[in-house]
Ligand binder design. Sequence first.
Ligand code: HEM
Length: 432
Amino acid sequence: MGPVGIVRMLSTLVRRDLPPLRMQELGRDYPRIASIGTAKQQAFLVSHPDLVRELLVVQAKAVEKGPALLSAGVLMGEGLLTLRNAPHKPRRRLVNPSFHHSRIAGYAEVMVSATDALDRRWAALRPGTEIDLAQEMSALTLQIVGQALFGADLGEQAEDVYRSLELAMSGWEKTLVPGGERLLQIPLPVFRRMWGAKAALDGVVERLVRRAQEHRGDDVVSGLLESLSEDEVRAEAMTLMLAGHETTANSLTWTWHLLSRSPKVAALLRQEVVGTEPTYAGLRDLPFTTACIAEGMRLYPPAWILEREVTEDLVLDGYVIPRGSIVVASQYALHRDPRWWRDPETFDPTRWLVDGRFDEDAPGQPRGAWFPFGAGTRQCIGESFAWAEAVLVLARLARHWAPQSLRDPKLHAAVTLRPEGGLPARLMAAPH
Ligand code: HEM
């Protein structure tokens, strides 16, 4: 492999062995590409923006989703997130209209009303009540995705979905060792709990699908039922339900945490939102709120790593990466790389502003150094949905609330980057 760094790992791509901080370290030692595989499985980490673009965009045809995500297919079924490229293309075409920008305005009404319902619920609590922000944000985003995309009220299922997802992810993480799929057949408690959690999630989706069959509306599931088999519809509904709430919930949770640790930034945010009525039509009037969300996703990208499997030999940085290899790129590492970001570890939303306007290019980073939503043909379908949602939720709640985090949580790098053990916080009214 010549000068490519050879880093021996105990096992390949066990995410616990390659946590986000380790990715950062590897990027420092091997600033472009590192070999991180084992004798049995070749694997590479790309740490340069140009190579991220090569992997996700330029040479996207030579790669498929990697095994870690595909094994999540055991839980989710084959939906947009996990499908192979060939069946993905027509499926994406089918689902795209539901995320067309003309639809987002309607979804935003749901975002606003669900947020205001939470606002009222918080107002009924004693000041200083301890809440788990991670759970609160997850329940809110689940409610939003349920109502917006499925026309269904998932409020009552929120706690069940939150717990089930946690159990399902813990089980899934244990399978990320070579040959891990076989472990699933062993009746260990962790897998029994995982299957139980999967059954609970399946139950929620089953109800969504049955509901759509009974009352065909203009929701996504009703639309999919026209062209897909029931199994395919279930997998897609599960994908949209999980991918559509867990990531945005994490983005909001981490942003609250950062705001709680940066009173000056929180005061600037309040200056923008207090006394206003934030709506979808007025998103452009929320540059600082938008910058807070961007800065939260820079420091704590909900999707912290992307993985691909090479299906045709490809050349990266002059090296032949043979078919069968795994290549990963980490948003966590790239988003904090001092080569592209000034004061990379500092929470500074103003880096995203130019003349008071929010601009994703404002920090001056090269393309490929900022990819919270991925890139190329597999780029997040819910990106506009997520921006609208995160900004509206934060803007509306920050008018009245300044929750104070009770600890600095460790990273729990599962499929998404979560605060380990949730985010306990004291619910405090926003100071005047
Ligand atoms: C802050 C919020 C979000 C983040 C950070 C995020 C991140 C991502 C990333 C990085 C990918 C690409 C994965 C890869 O290339 O392997 C992705 C794909 C996807 N996301 Fe999101 N996402 C967010 C919100 C949403 C929402 C709100 C929805 C739906 C309502 C959604 C649905 C999906 C789907 C279906 C895919 C697969 C797309 C495809 O391959 O065609 N996401 N997301």
